[in-house]
Design a binder for this molecule. Structure first.
Ligand SMILES: NC(=O)c1ccc[n+]([C@@H]2O[C@H](COP(=O)([O-])OP(=O)(O)OC[C@H]3O[C@@H](n4cnc5c(N)ncnc54)[C@H](O)[C@@H]3O)[C@@H](O)[C@H]2O)c1
Length: 327
């Protein structure tokens, strides 16, 4: 049994990771500056929640020491749209927060640190060569605060791994979809499935400039499982791994699967105005395909959910959350 610290542990990915970890019998401290009671409610009696900030090194060290933490998963960050609204804060939280985590892990000699980056560091098709991006490519992030801070943390993590011999892994996430976020970049996608699940009007937000593309987004339960899986590997050959599904899908696949999970209703795609249009243009994959084979081939990771199973799981989750009977 391990003792985990999960920063951003009550966020969308964090809450599913914590659920995975407590399910496997680990002790878990959720370290989050603004704990999201809705996300963490389902496991609140099985985790310790510390309402604290990753930029506060002293709090972080104390919490880690008090709980004899041996493994850290660092997810706390200001995400894309927030970073664009408050860039100065984003530089501080994303860059200096990651430094606090790595320093605390170094000083306390923890076994492993796994942290989240984003495929946005590859850049969009506007800034990079056409083709599939893989871990061997030189990143070319657009100059938005989110992508640049993620790039900085990747370099920082590599430095700690190579200079101090620490076991640090960086996961470049394509995107996580599923319950827990209903706004922003992937939020509209999630909101569409939530509305469909609970019987509300649901139109697929086809204004995603990437909606016709093959997406490698991973269901959030599998993303949580993936972080748990990687943090359980004592030593990996590589430092960074793209995190996405091997079998990509597009929005027609989503509509088809949803129709199978909720028979008798027709779901359509329609262009609607949304902030995702902006984000996809600035930093989203925007047509960029990302090779996620290294995660699957080198680390042996296999997601537990196919697209249809994931949609069925989310539909059941949202119905339970809304207090609706399964149909
Ligand atoms: N969800 C995705 O599709 C996606 C894609 C690429 C990368 N990522 C990365 O994965 C990580 C987790 O993403 P998520 O979608 O779960 O985000 P989220 O916004 O749902 O969760 C982030 C959590 O971090 C907490 N947090 C923010 N600032 C903090 C601070 N200073 N100190 C402590 N906690 C703080 C927030 O309160 C929140 O609970 C982030 O690093 C994000 O950049 C996510």
């Amino acid at each position: 049994m391990g003792s985990f610290l999960v920063t951003g542990g009550t966020g969308q990915i964090g809450s599913f990771l914590c659920e995975e970890l407590v399910g496997a019998g680990h002790r878990v401290v959720c370290y989050d500056s603004k704990p999201n009671a809705d996300n963490i409610g389902r496991i609140a009696d099985r985790v310790t929640v510390e309402a604290a900030d990753v930029t506060d090194s002293s709090d972080l060290l104390q919490v880690m020491k008090r709980n004899s933490v041996d493994t850290v998963v660092h997810l706390a960050a200001m995400v894309l749209l927030d970073s664009m609204k408050r860039p100065a804060k984003a530089y501080q939280v994303n860059i200096m927060g990651t430094n606090s985590v790595l320093e605390a892990a170094r000083l306390l000699d923890v076994k492993k640190v796994v942290f989240a980056s984003s495929v946005s560091v590859y850049g969009s098709l506007a800034t990079r060569r056409v083709g599939v991006a893989d871990e061997g490519d030189t990143p070319n992030p657009p100059p938005d605060p989110y992508s640049t801070t993620k790039m900085a943390t990747e370099l920082m993590g590599r430095y700690y791994r190579e200079s101090y011999g620490m076991e640090v892994n960086c996961m470049r996430i394509t995107a996580a979809w599923g319950p827990g976020r209903y706004w922003g970049y992937t939020g509209q996608f999630n909101e569409f499935i939530r509305r469909a699940a609970v019987g509300e009007d649901a139109t697929f937000p086809a204004d995603f400039s990437y909606s016709q593309e093959k997406l490698r987004w991973m269901y959030v339960r599998d993303v949580g499982y993936c972080f748990a899986y990687v943090s359980g590997i004592p030593k990996t050959a590589g430092y960074l791994y793209n995190l996405g599904v091997d079998a990509p899908f597009n929005h027609n696949d989503v509509l088809r699967a949803l129709g199978e999970v909720i028979p008798g209703r027709r779901f359509e795609a329609k262009e609607i105005d949304s902030p995702t249009k902006v984000s996809a243009t600035i930093a989203g994959p925007n047509g960029l395909d990302v090779d996620c084979g290294k995660l699957h081939n080198e680390l042996g990771f296999r997601p537990r959910f196919g697209l249809k199973e994931a949609i069925a799981d989310m539909v059941a989750f949202e119905r339970a959350r809304a207090g609706k009977k399964p149909s």
